[in-house]
Write a protein that binds this ligand. Structure first.
Ligand code: S3P
Length: 187
């Protein structure tokens, strides 16, 4: 049951971007629950398409192939977006989706893009137990996350319509702020 009534005014996807561990999947699930809008997780769609996990796709085909799959998926979503019955969904993305200029353009045209910005110590804690992220399978995860953030911050900045610092913010507050902004964005 949708808990946020003005949400029926949201006619376009809400898209979550940000570094691994910033909470895109968790916030995406909560947004989906509250709005009734289906959740599309780009990593999961690619895993289903290829029939392999993200680590296996990286290991067998390489990162460049994975990036090409992300772009193909975004192009498909942009085409599909043309039909009104496909407009409403929550899209949770992989952390590197902003790397390609074409992806950034499509993301911005596809919907309301929200960057969940979390500081590195929190990202470290949140990614500590997971072994499903090929880019973090090395000795110095803190250094890796710091350099990824340094490189990607400007890309998240130019892609996002809204930036939220969510290091110390609880999930209900984050979800409420996103929905309030999304409603205004499309007014
Ligand atoms: C990546 C982030 C991952 C996944 C892949 C690459 C990245 O998604 O797409 O491992 O380049 O930051 P999450 O951000 O959901 O962990």
């Amino acid at each position: 049951m949708a808990a946020f009534s003005p949400v029926s005014r949201i006619k376009h996807p809400i898209i979550l971007i940000g570094l691994m561990g910033c909470g895109k999947s968790t916030i995406g699930r909560e947004l989906s629950k509250q709005t009734g809008m289906p959740l599309l997780d780009t990593d999961l769609v690619i895993e289903e398409q290829i029939g392999k996990s993200i680590p296996d796709i990286f290991a067998e085909f390489g990162e460049a192939r994975f990036r090409a799959l992300e772009t193909a998926l975004l192009r498909y979503l942009a085409d599909r977006h043309a039909s009104p019955e496909h407009r409403n969904c929550i899209i949770s993305t992989g952390g590197g989706i902003v790397l390609k200029p074409e992806n950034r353009t499509i993301l911005r045209s596809l919907g309301f893009v929200v960057w969940l910005n979390v500081d590195v110590p929190a990202l470290l804690a949140r990614t500590a137990r997971a072994n499903n992220r090929p880019l973090l399978q090395n000795a110095d995860r803190a250094a890796t996350l710091s350099s990824l953030l340094l490189r990607r911050r400007p890309l998240y900045e130019v892609t996002a319509h809204m930036r939220l610092n969510t290091t110390d913010t609880d999930i209900p507050t984050i979800v409420r702020e996103i929905l309030q902004a999304a409603v205004l964005f499309y007014d």
